[in-house]
Write a protein that binds this ligand. Structure first.
Ligand code: IMP
Ligand code: MG
Length: 219
């Protein structure tokens, strides 16, 4: 294709690509405006918005509706996996119409990079015993599945009445360990994403959309 294009056409295409990048930054900028304060240094790092705020909100409330129906009368315990799950949990629980409890566990698979190491550590355990409880694990994303596989194994030993998984995002193409996922917000391609709780090196969790960073941010 490249050969067939004259210089003028190539320039035009470059200009259009710049325009698209500029446009994404502008949209991102608008989306991260909070009470008139624009978070330019966050918005400028975004290459693409994968899931918009309204897409996410709609889907989260659909999941909330299904969970409310499935767990009616069971007072489930929503177990939020920190840190990534906190934004999703906050929105999900506000779409539930049934009584429920929440608790938190912090686990880490090492490193600030974009790959999970598979070495999982419990940094903060649950406050209460879960034996006999209906437990729903709330995760931000399932990638290789290693983190969640470890966690589920750890939780099963505590003998909950039931143990299910709700994840906002799922990258099935990356799975190394088979897992049954009961509720999934979105299946996404194999790309490193940030926003709506998900971070890169601790940042971008506060974005209201799920997006992809410009490659130069990683380097
Ligand atoms: P897994 O053990 O490979 O399934 O990785 C799970 C954890 O890695 C998630 O809970 C996230 O903390 C992190 N992770 C995996 N993929 C992404 C991503 O695309 N963006 C941000 N964090 C991710
Ligand atoms: Mg996580």
């Amino acid at each position: 294709v490249g050969d067939a294009l004259g210089d003028g056409e190539i320039e035009k295409r470059h200009a259009r690509n710049d325009g698209i990048e500029h446009g994404v930054a502008l949209v991102a900028q608008r989306l991260v405006q909070v009470e008139g304060v624009t978070m330019d240094d966050l918005a400028n790092d975004i290459q693409e918005i994968l899931l918009s705020e309204s897409q996410i909100q709609q889907r989260v409330c659909e999941l909330g509706g299904r969970i409310s129906a499935d767990y009616a009368g069971q007072n489930p315990l929503l177990l939020c996996v920190l840190k990534g799950g906190y934004v999703f949990l906050a929105d999900l629980t506000r779409c539930l119409t049934i009584k429920h409890d929440v608790d938190f566990m912090a686990i880490s698979s090492y490193g600030d990079g974009t790959e999970s190491s598979g070495v999982v550590h419990i940094l903060k355990d649950l406050d209460r015993d879960i034996s006999g409880r209906h437990v729903l694990v709330v995760e931000d994303i399932i990638d290789t599945g290693r983190t969640l596989a470890y966690l589920l194994q750890n939780l099963r030993v505590r003998q909950p009445a039931s143990l299910k998984v709700c994840t906002l995002l799922n990258k099935p193409s990356r799975r190394e360990i088979h897992l049954d996922v009961d509720y999934t917000g979105f299946e996404i391609p194999d790309r490193f994403v940030i926003g709506y709780g998900l971070d890169f090196a601790g940042h971008y969790r506060n974005l209201r959309f799920v997006g992809v960073l410009k490659p130069e941010v990683y380097t």
